[in-house]
Each structure stands twice: as C-alpha cells, then as structure tokens.
Design a protein around this ligand. Structure first.
Ligand code: HEM
Length: 185
C-alpha cells in the first residue's frame, strides 16, 4: 500500500494558477492585438508584451514540469475520466510548447525583423533567419496551436466543474492550497 498526499504541493498549485492566468491573458491579448485597430505605438507595445509574457510561460512551464516530477502526486483519478484528464493535461503541455516555439519562429523569420525585447530588459535571440515561407507556416502553426489551447482550456474547465458541482468530489481541491492528508493509492 502506498500513501499519497490528498493534493499537489503549494509550489505545483501556485505554478498551475499563475500559468493558467497568463495563458488566458495571452489568448485575450493576442486576439485583441491582431484584431483591434490600435494606434501603431500601442500595437507595438502589445506585441512586445505578448512575446515577453509568452517567454515567461515557457520558463514557468519548464519549472512546473520539474516541480511536478519532484513532488509526491495525489492518487491518480480512476477510470476513463482520469485517462481523459491525463491526456488533456499532456496535450496542454505539448501544445503550449508548440505555440511558444511557433511564436518564437514567426518573430525570428518575419520579413520585417523587429527585435523581441524581453520587458525592455534584453533582446531575445532569433532562432532562424528571415524567410517569408517559414514565417507564413509559423504564423499558421501559432494560430492553430493557440486555438487548440483555447479548446483544451474549455474541456479542462468543463471536466473540473463536472467533478466539483455534479460529482462533488475532491478533484478541484487537489490543485488548491491547504493541508494535505495522506491517502491510500
Ligand atoms: C502560450 C503562449 C501564447 C499564447 C496563448 C498566445 C496567443 C496568441 C493569440 C490568441 C494570437 C492571435 C491569433 C490570431 O487570431 O491570429 C497570437 C498572435 C501572435 N503571437 Fe502569440 N501566444 C503565445 C506565445 C507567443 C510567443 C512566445 C510569441 C513570440 C515570441 C508570440 C508571438 C505572437 C505574434 C507575433 C502574433 C501575431 C501573429 C500575426 O501577426 O498573425 N506568441 N498569440
């Protein structure tokens, strides 16, 4: 018999909620900056902020994966719902990294090279030379990946709410803060 904590560690939970807020913010801000008609200076600032926060999400995702691997995990959710939840979470990590990689590639290969200044502190190096064909592909890949993230967010939130409101179980509490009790796995 293995004993497991009833919830994730506070570090893993904090990284989950910070990344969730940043990704939701990036989805809204990314949509606004590409669809609304702002002044040129405002659009420029929004793009720079978007790229900087995108790199913050990349760093936090790496830290979160490392923190997850080092912390004791709560018992896995059983049955097909658990399998679906785990598949959605794995896809989240994959698509997030793909979205950020495609974003980095598109700003690197843009025929209109504009340096990415990380919150105005330093220039993020490009990962490829300007190339109109690669740029067009990377723009599409970024768009597909970010809308896949939006769909996964909807699925993830719907599943969590179903557990919390309909089944009234502890699924949501596993990723909230509080005292962890030992559980049999
Ligand atoms: C998880 C992280 C990210 C999310 C959720 C996100 C989200 C978005 C969204 C929703 C759009 C608008 C898509 C459309 O309707 O055309 C967008 C566009 C854009 N993103 Fe991101 N983004 C992320 C990371 C990044 C990163 C790391 C970079 C660059 C380093 C980047 C650069 C851009 C650029 C330049 C555009 C405009 C593309 C165009 O002109 O069509 N993004 N992003």
């Amino acid at each position: 018999m293995t004993l497991r904590p009833s919830r994730w560690s506070p570090v893993v939970a904090a990284l989950h909620w910070i990344n969730a807020a940043l990704i939701l913010g990036l989805l809204g801000q990314g949509w606004l900056m590409t669809h609304a008609a702002f002044e040129a200076g405002t659009t420029f600032d929004l793009y720079q902020q978007h790229k900087s926060f995108g790199f913050v999400v990349l760093a936090l995702t790496a830290i979160r994966l490392a923190a997850r691997a080092r912390s004791a995990a709560p018992p896995p959710v059983a049955g097909w719902e658990g399998q679906l939840a785990r598949a959605v979470q794995a896809l989240f990590y994959l698509v997030t990294v793909l979205a950020i990689g495609a974003g980095w590639l598109l700003v690197s290969t843009s025929p209109l090279p504009i340096p990415t200044r990380f919150f105005g502190l330093f220039v993020v190096p490009d990962i490829a030379a300007p190339d109109a064909g690669v740029f067009a592909g990377a723009v599409s890949a970024h768009r597909i990946a970010v809308y896949a993230i939006a769909a996964l967010v909807a699925l993830h939130v719907a599943g969590t709410l179903k557990h919390h409101v309909v089944d009234r179980d502890d699924t949501l509490r596993r990723i909230t803060f509080g005292r962890a009790r030992a559980r049999r796995a």
